[in-house]
Design a protein around this ligand. Structure first.
Ligand code: MN
Length: 343
């Protein structure tokens, strides 16, 4: 039998190697919650939530507060009926990151019992992916230095955080492109531009000969018209991140022709909605990338397994474990520079 016997939460604190600076937010430490699920036949599943107050209104203390209620709802259910468990968790867990952690721990315990990987349960499309690495907001000089060193480390896709000063941002991206040759850039404004500013940014860089692979979340999350305006007024593919939290929101973005790409984060949608979002986007030929919050290797493992299972993501932004001070990676994957292989 693969019946859930217990689910426990544990707090884990991590420090960023250097303060992580995105538009209007600097983070130095994170408090994540690890989920351990045990079955009566002795198998264990692990999951992790890195609570995001900024996007999901999640706080660690709110996550701990529901531990007993979640136990009550799920103990006694069979991990082999994981779709049924997903339906229950969709209706009862309000925090999407926690939903992802619980849902993943169910699949992880089942994969132990079946002696395969979660990536194989989800489809087994590929056994490795390539990730980018992120440049925080800083002075132009600092950002160029970081980008050059990330490229030297072996990363071919560089994510650049912008959004606090459009003129400085243009200079930073231009200078990075001048110093780093042969890289692809994902530029993420984390909702901080007004639509016209975003168009100015994109047009200016385009006229300077800079190519941007993905222009992520230029405007506010609910500003669907703004996203569409940026999409149709500039040359770079526009990607929704904060706008794409649930399958319903993604469907609305697509119906409105507002985006070229969707950034799926399990921490925004849980695994259940992420599966739907993949299928919605595939049906519409909308591009897909996968991202993360501040998960350790345990939480990154969830996204690695998901990405390898489906094999549909053009870009993987799964670098939080690389920029946190985590002593030893514990996920079921092997990191080799920019490549991540499932075990
Ligand atoms: Mn983003």
């Amino acid at each position: 039998m693969a019946v859930i016997k217990d689910i426990t939460f544990e707090v884990k604190k991590y420090k960023y190697k250097k303060p992580f600076h995105i538009a209007n937010l600097i983070t130095e430490t994170v408090e994540n919650v690890e989920v351990t699920l045990k079955t009566d036949s002795g198998y264990t599943g692990k999951g992790e939530i890195s609570p995001s107050f900024r996007v999901n209104a999640e706080l660690p203390r709110q996550v701990y507060a529901v531990e007993n209620d979640i136990k009550k709802n799920l103990i006694g259910l069979n991990t082999r009926n994981w779709r049924k468990i997903f339906d229950i968790t969709d209706k009862t867990i309000l925090f999407p990151g926690l939903k992802a952690a619980i849902q993943f721990s169910v699949l992880d315990a089942l994969s132990e019992e079946l002696n395969c990987g979660v990536w194989e349960i989800l489809g087994g499309a590929r056994d490795h992916i390539e990730t980018d690495k992120t440049v925080s907001i800083g002075s132009v000089k600092e950002m160029v230095k970081d980008a050059v060193s990330i490229h030297k480390e072996g990363f071919n896709v560089i994510k650049i955080k912008v959004g606090e000063d459009v003129y400085k941002d243009i200079e930073a991206v231009y200078e990075i492109n001048r110093k780093v040759k042969n890289a692809k850039y994902i530029v993420d404004a984390n909702m901080a531009y007004r639509p016209k500013e975003a168009v100015y940014f994109a047009k200016k860089l385009y006229s300077l000969g800079v190519d941007i692979a993905i222009f992520e979340q230029p405007v506010l999350s609910d500003d669907v018209d703004g996203l569409k305006f940026v999409r149709y007024s500039s040359n770079f593919p526009v990607c929704a991140d904060e706008s794409a939290r649930t399958k319903y929101r993604v469907l609305r973005l697509i119906k409105n022709d507002a985006v070229d790409f969707v950034n799926i984060k399990l921490g925004k949608s849980g695994i259940s909605d992420a599966i739907s979002i993949v299928e919605i986007c595939k049906t519409n030929n909308t591009g897909l990338m996968i991202g993360c919050y501040a998960e350790s290797s345990i939480g990154i493992n969830q996204s690695v397994q998901f990405a390898c299972g489906f094999g549909v993501f053009k870009y993987h932004d799964l670098d939080s474990h690389l920029i946190l001070n985590e002593k030893k990676y514990r996920g079921k994957f092997i990191q080799k520079k920019n490549q991540i292989f499932v075990k």
